[in-house]
Design a protein around this ligand. Structure first.
Ligand code: ADP
Length: 298
């Protein structure tokens, strides 16, 4: 891991300027870019040589990937190539898997996400996650959305916050008259939008989505895809999808993962190529990417 020098007197990071320090000490460790006039969208993640082992067996290695603000980045590739494993590196979700070890450096707004003073709970608040299968709590629609804000102490104007989150998740009009009804009474597609609203209610910066449409019908899938496109105005979105058409429809940037022979003879996930989505699907640089996107492999 690269050591990141502590700079207690540095200008506050973007997170700190929002009043929410990322590290437990509340100390900014790197200076955030201050020139907002630059053309290139701001870098949100700068991943260097990221790898993961499960119980000592390497599942992913050497991922170098940059993720920019206000864009949808799709992670595609055959099953088992480490897409979800990599996604979980971006909000320290692998910390919760016994036996999982992450190596390399993951800078988030220039701050080492795995640095010694980083509060993993704060990380997961800033970098929310939506899973494959909608997982609402067995509570009312209202209480599902209110849960996160209540836990993190965002209790003022709770009704407004809930309405805003549901509007952003394109669910408000469908549920505004039934907020006290159980969330489990919603359809699968509505439940997934509820889970997105739940993630939005704590004011995240990034939304990670792990195959968010794989349990949904085509109409609900279209609604979530539209939502991803509208969310990128305010958020940075990273999705894992096994559906190449979906990546082509929604993603600005696409990263293609595959597997190589690992150290112990087992298959190990690697990043093959990352580029603008159109380039990945029409003029990829790597022949393995081309074989995959043209359906000749995987
Ligand atoms: P993908 O999302 O591309 O299908 P995954 O990230 O789920 O791939 O899996 C990559 C590799 O890591 C696979 O070999 C898988 O078996 C292994 N793996 C994933 N999660 C775990 C876990 N919790 N424990 C052990 N091995 C895991």
């Amino acid at each position: 891991m690269v050591e990141i020098e502590a700079q207690p007197d540095a200008a506050p990071t973007q997170m700190a300027t929002r009043g929410v320090p990322l590290n437990v000490a509340g100390v900014a460790t790197r200076t955030a870019p201050t020139d907002l006039s630059v053309e290139q969208p701001e870098l949100v993640f700068d991943c260097r040589e990221i790898g993961v082992r499960y119980n000592g067996v390497r599942a992913l290695r050497d991922v170098n990937l940059q993720i920019r603000r206000n864009a949808v980045t799709a992670l595609i590739g055959p099953s088992g190539c480490g897409k979800s494993t990599f996604l979980r590196c971006l909000n320290r979700m692998n910390d919760l898997i016994p036996g999982a070890e992450v190596d390399g450096v993951c800078l988030y707004h220039d701050e080492d996400l795995y640095g010694p003073n980083i509060d993993a709970i704060e990380v997961r608040k800033r970098i929310g996650m939506v899973f494959q299968k909608p997982n609402p709590f067995p509570k009312s629609i209202y209480d599902n959305i209110a849960f996160g804000p209540r836990v993190v102490g965002l209790k003022d104007h709770l009704d407004d916050r809930i309405e805003e989150a549901l509007r952003r998740a394109a669910l408000w009009d469908e549920v505004k008259d039934r907020l006290k009804e159980g969330a489990l009474s919603l359809s699968g597609g509505q439940q997934q939008r509820l889970c997105i609203a739940r993630a939005l209610a704590v004011e995240p910066d990034v939304i990670l989505m792990d195959e968010p449409c794989s349990a949904l019908d085509p109409i609900s899938t279209a609604a979530i895809e539209d939502l991803m496109t509208s969310l990128k105005t305010d958020y940075t979105v990273v999705i894992v999808t096994h559906n190449m058409q979906q990546a082509a429809r929604v993603a600005d940037t696409t990263a293609f993962f595959s597997t190589d022979q690992g150290e112990t003879g087992t298959r190990c996930g690697v990043l093959i190529e990352v580029a603008a989505t159109e380039k990945i699907f029409t003029k990829p640089e790597n022949e393995r990417t081309e074989a995959y996107v043209t359906g000749r492999f995987g």
